[in-house]
Design a protein around this ligand. Structure first.
Ligand SMILES: [Zn+2]
Length: 206
């Protein structure tokens, strides 16, 4: 059973909020995932704070809203999981050099339209969409959906890659586009160990 604490032990390695959201499911590079930290609405809110999509104040307001609306909370959580599914269907093919499906892109468009309908443009050094006044249970998903659209419309698609050792997807921001692992501490080290053991086996006297 996952807990809210497990959410904050996830490594944020996606380099983009939408990819980090997809990466809340773990497992081998292909096939079904074997673990999921998003086990309920409280975990979704905890992840939102951890990943920088929500402030602590917004999270507190959402928890209160959620306590008063169990049916709405169930619906919002199920929407979050289906959002993650279609984001996976958008970015996993791209990481493999293929095009995402039209239905997945259409769902992203609809959710982006909905997200922007709940947003405001706030000025700073540049203007940005913010969701400060959005008092709906879908609030944690707004910046996630918007980050997905931003990556698709302004990112370099050939930088979107899948980790060689697990199912994580990341935006490769390295200078020479040479990143292969979600993190050197996890899959990168595992690969180095594998190569070391293999090399020793070859060198070992028979
Ligand atoms: Zn990995």
């Amino acid at each position: 059973m996952e807990t809210v604490e497990d959410v904050t032990r996830m490594h944020l390695v996606g380099g983009n909020l939408a990819l980090d959201f997809v990466n809340t499911r773990t497992g081998p590079p292909s096939g079904p995932s074997d673990d999921d930290v998003l086990t309920g609405y409280p975990e979704l809110v905890a992840w939102g704070v951890y990943a920088g999509a929500l402030t602590e104040t917004e999270a507190t307001a959402l928890r209160r809203l959620s306590r008063n609306d169990p049916d709405g909370t169930r619906a919002a959580f199920s929407r979050a999981l289906s959002t993650r599914d279609y984001l996976d269907e958008v970015f996993r093919p791209l990481a493999g050099g293929r095009s995402p499906s039209t239905p997945a892109l259409a769902r992203l468009r609809d959710d982006e339209a909905d997200a922007l309908a709940h947003a405001q443009l706030a000025g700073g050094s540049t203007f940005a969409w913010v969701w400060r006044d959005d008092r709906t249970l879908a609030r944690p998903l707004r910046p996630v959906v918007h980050a997905a659209v931003q990556l698709l419309t302004t990112g370099a698609l050939d930088r979107i890659k899948g980790c060689g050792g697990c199912r994580f997807i990341f935006n490769d921001e390295s200078k020479n586009r040479s990143r292969r692992w979600c993190s050197m501490d996890d899959c990168g080290t595992a690969e180095k160990m594998r190569r070391y053991v293999a090399a020793r086996r070859i060198r070992a006297p028979r």
